[in-house]
Write a protein that binds this ligand. Structure first.
Ligand code: DQA
Length: 145
């Protein structure tokens, strides 16, 4: 069975109340439930983690080697700063999909740079919480190629 690791970075634990005009009113628990539902529908398994700490995200990426077939990551603000997360993704050689609730290219210029985008095979953004099930579908399509 295809297994997918879903990682959420800093401040995504505050989804639902954090700038709802930008990120919507769906909570992280709702998002994770949507992911589990989508996975069940597609016959794949998903495991979700969130951390506000760069190193914790890197540890999960490292531990994914040989365990998960794909990684979906919304690295939050680390997207725009973290060469360390980019290197971790490169190191484990697991197909990785970049995910954002908002369209980072339609926002402030400092969000236009994505280190995750440099190593991900594709990106899904601007669809709010619906982007999560969309990302699972995209990942499954990629892994079944
Ligand atoms: C985000 C976009 C990032 O620029 C921001 O720092 C986030 C959330 C998104 O999902 O739209 O924390 O990754």
């Amino acid at each position: 069975m295809i297994s997918i690791l879903i990682l959420n970075g800093p401040s995504l634990n505050l989804l639902g109340t954090r700038q709802p005009e930008v990120y919507g009113t769906t909570t992280l628990a709702d998002v994770e439930a949507m992911c589990l539902q989508k996975a069940e529908k597609l016959g794949v398994s998903v495991e979700c983690h969130q951390s506000n700490h760069e190193g914790a995200l890197i540890d999960w990426i490292h531990a994914a080697r040989g365990v998960f077939d794909g990684i979906i990551i919304n690295a939050g603000a680390y997207t725009h700063t973290s060469i360390a997360i980019m290197d971790a993704i490169t190191s484990v050689e697991i197909p990785t999909l970049e995910l954002h609730l908002s369209d980072i290219h339609a926002r402030e210029e400092f969000r236009h740079v994505s280190y995750i985008g440099k190593v991900a095979f594709d990106a899904i953004m601007g669809h709010g919480a619906d982007g999560y099930p969309m990302a699972i579908e995209r990942m499954v399509k990629e892994l079944q190629k």
